[in-house]
Design a protein around this ligand. Structure first.
Ligand code: DGL
Length: 271
């Protein structure tokens, strides 16, 4: 009890917010968030050593998430943004009550908005672990059972992004193959259900209009803004909040792959 009180007292509206992903993917969320709430101080952790998360077991994902959350807890964060669909789908329910800070999982935060879309068939591209969990279809159908949700796993896409292979013939073939499979179901929109996939929109739009794709990042950032406001936890700093980046391996590679979504203001620390 005493420990809990000590921790609570260290957290206030100007405490930092943690962002967690397996690599550069979470920056697609972070860049939206930063634009929306520049006064927030942020810590971003990309677990580059253990990615791709989409091919890991639930036990491994729990272990990786616990390590990240323990790090964030030591930094006295007020909230952690699970900017990773895979851990939101598999780990959030297991760990959601274990920490003092507020946890924001991407899938659970945006499914309500997706379920309100005026569509009958919605496609979701995601990692194998997210697709196996059926987190998107279960979440959407629990609100609107009349939507047909087609979930397709794209196991190679995260590696394509993390290794800057977007323009190789192999990558373009992999992207086209999955897109053709999805289009055979005639979806009215396709959710990019992995934070790495918005990096591939320049390639995807060579085959089909980019209007077909929905990146949930801006809806997610706005959900967090509204919830922090409700909890009276929005920063009241009159200056730009600080930002620090952490990775578990290859900081240089992270900086290079990140460029498309976010120009890092400082070099990532190795954790
Ligand atoms: N970017 C994460 C997601 O949104 C995980 C990708 C991976 O490492 O497989 O699911």
């Amino acid at each position: 009890m005493w420990r809990a009180l000590t921790i609570i007292s260290k957290i206030n509206k100007n405490s930092p917010i943690g962002f967690f992903d397996s690599g550069v993917g979470g920056l697609t969320v972070y860049s939206e968030f930063r634009n929306l709430l520049p006064a927030e101080s942020c810590l971003y952790f990309g677990d580059t050593k253990n990615m791709p998360y989409g091919e890991k077991t639930k036990d491994q994902l729990i272990e990786f998430s616990q390590k990240a959350f323990n790090f964030f807890e030591k930094q006295n964060v007020k909230a952690v943004v699970m900017a990773c669909n895979t851990t939101s789908a598999t780990v959030y329910d297991v760990l959601k009550n274990n920490y003092q800070f507020k946890l924001y999982p991407i899938i659970q935060s945006v499914t309500e908005i997706i379920a309100m879309l005026p569509y009958k068939t919605i496609g979701v591209f995601a990692t194998p672990a997210t697709v196996n969990s059926k987190a998107y279809s279960k979440g959407i159908n629990s609100i609107n059972p009349n939507i047909n949700v087609i979930e397709i796993a794209c196991p190679s896409w995260v590696k394509i992004v993390e290794n800057n292979l977007e323009e190789t013939l192999w990558a373009l073939d992999e992207i086209k193959l999955k897109l053709e499979e999805m289009l055979s179901y005639n979806p009215e929109c396709i959710i990019l259900g992995c934070t790495h996939y918005p990096y591939l929109v320049p390639q995807l739009k060579r085959f089909v209009s980019s209007k077909l794709f929905i990146n949930p990042a801006s809806a997610f950032a706005d959900y967090i803004r509204r919830d922090l406001m409700r909890l009276n936890l929005l920063s009241d700093l009159q200056v730009e909040g600080s930002e620090k980046f952490y990775v578990s391996s290859s900081p240089e590679k992270f900086v290079k792959s990140a460029e498309m979504f976010y120009k890092l203001s400082n070099r990532p620390y190795l954790l």
